[in-house]
Design a protein around this ligand. Sequence first.
Ligand SMILES: *[C@@H]1O[C@H](CO)[C@@H](O)[C@H](O)[C@H]1NC(C)=O
Ligand SMILES: *[C@@H]1O[C@H](CO)[C@@H](O)[C@H](O)[C@H]1NC(C)=O
Ligand SMILES: *[C@@H]1O[C@H](CO)[C@@H](O)[C@H](O)[C@H]1NC(C)=O
Ligand SMILES: *[C@@H]1O[C@H](CO)[C@@H](O)[C@H](O)[C@H]1NC(C)=O
Ligand SMILES: *[C@@H]1O[C@H](CO)[C@@H](O)[C@H](O)[C@H]1NC(C)=O
Ligand SMILES: *[C@@H]1O[C@H](CO)[C@@H](O)[C@H](O)[C@H]1NC(C)=O
Length: 490
Amino acid sequence: MEDRKDSELKRFCSRNLLVILGFSFILAVVALLAVGLTQNKSLPENVKYGIVLDAGSSHTSLYIYTWPAEKENDTGVVHQIEECKVKGPGISKYAQRVNDIELYLAECMERAKEVVPQSQHQETPVYLGATAGMRLLRIENEPLANRVLNTVTNSLSRYPFDFQGARIITGQEEGAYGWITINYLLGKFTQKLRWLNLMPKGDDTQGTYGALDLGGASTQITFVPQNKSTESPDNALHFRLYGKDYSIYTHSFLCYGKDQALMQKLAKDIQDTNGTLRDPCFHPGYEKVMNISDLYKSPCTKRFETTLPFHQFQIQGTGNYQQCQQSILQLFNTSYCPYSRCSFDGVFLPPLEGDFGAFSAFYYVMEFLNFTSGETPSQEKVMDKMKEFCSLRWEELKTNFGAVKEKYLSEYCFSGTYILSLLLNGYHFTADSWKHIHFMGKGESGQQMEVPLKNGRIELPHFPLAYLFSKLTSLVCDTFPHELHVIPPE
Ligand SMILES: *[C@@H]1O[C@H](CO)[C@@H](O)[C@H](O)[C@H]1NC(C)=O
Ligand SMILES: *[C@@H]1O[C@H](CO)[C@@H](O)[C@H](O)[C@H]1NC(C)=O
Ligand SMILES: *[C@@H]1O[C@H](CO)[C@@H](O)[C@H](O)[C@H]1NC(C)=O
Ligand SMILES: *[C@@H]1O[C@H](CO)[C@@H](O)[C@H](O)[C@H]1NC(C)=O
Ligand SMILES: *[C@@H]1O[C@H](CO)[C@@H](O)[C@H](O)[C@H]1NC(C)=O
Ligand SMILES: *[C@@H]1O[C@H](CO)[C@@H](O)[C@H](O)[C@H]1NC(C)=O
């Protein structure tokens, strides 16, 4: 069993690679395809396809990429041509009903069979990368996590594609992918190439953006710190991209994604109640009953677990931003730090450096709050907005945003407050460095990604996964973070 896994992984790692991510306005691609169709009546034949399933904690998405099979000047443009959202929760929620996994994946896999021409099915690789939801399940119950992965493997192997493996990526990988992706999309690696040859070798990594990623179960911060020598080797990654060396700092906080942070907060606050929790992070008039067992199921709430005289509790919203923030701050333990500087919970954090792109849930939440068009709003502006927003009555909010699912709508007050607390109190962004945070969604970067090709293969041997802003992902070999060589275009 172990042998099989090993050889699978080796096979997976030795193949030169794969995937990735391209990305472009879907619209632009559609327009392009439309032009191709009208001019030609058929798509260009020499095109390769790759499929990546991003199994996040709250949902799974399938992405299909395409790139030219024939190398032209050793560079090819990779397009994302399809995103299929798998209906249902994240894959870790299927731990108790693995028999449903096949059906869960079927709709999007069938879609992939339609999108990828049949003649190409056999050579189209499929990868599945799971993130923090599965990391938590593995902590909770490793055999169960393996069973989920094995079932996924069996299900995906039944399709006519070249299935390459399903695995849980590490928090470090996740941080590195986010950083690589965002800097690719911003053109930070290729743009400078010409200049680099002419310029003296200097400290030109200053131009990269740091990456701030927020998921349901974990959150990552990744950037190039000023000081190359680090106090904490666990948080350092070194790799070569386009012939250039990068030393980055990264940390993934498990249990500090927005959903698990909320679970932690509820588990902490419920301790001092009689079963009725008057919660400032929910709108006045909002009420919800939750089971204690559901709250305690997550490994993230262990530290707050006590024996309670009730099995259910009721949340009653009071809608108070300041009190909500006070409650959230208690989740960050800043009372001890074994290094010269820490973010929280004893984790090393070097001084923040340069610009940061904040994506995934950082973006979706700020977008809902109307903060993503134009310049990054000042801290004060965001706080004022949160004060006002959290105090809105639930009935009123439901009337105004009837189209938004109640579960999501009810949590924007918490999520917005959490984002502010995490950035300001967790990561210690100041009034000054806050201005360097850019909330970025897909729209911010419509450019296509050019990747070097060799014999029609994308030559990023241990590829960039891609977590796009919206978290596109693919996966990678265990060795990836430490040796990523990308063949530079001529
Ligand atoms: C490849 O190079 C040729 C000649 O230098 C040029 O005409 C062509 O546009 C290039 N193709 C791409 C995709 O850059
Ligand atoms: C860089 O880090 C090293 C080791 O952590 C430390 O000794 C040195 O003082 C730091 N340099 C600067 C400029 O902060
Ligand atoms: C619990 O305490 C709240 C006040 O915090 C009170 O309104 C409620 O009646 C109490 N519920 C029970 C079941 O004792
Ligand atoms: C709480 O658990 C019971 C059974 O254990 C279940 O029937 C009920 O739907 C759960 N309630 C919620 C709000 O999840
Ligand atoms: C913070 O962490 C330290 C070390 O683990 C622990 O001793 C302390 O009790 C924690 N503080 C709080 C408020 O949880
Ligand atoms: C965002 O702006 C739109 C249009 O002005 C408005 O209808 C909506 O209420 C705003 N959303 C929030 C959360 O304030």
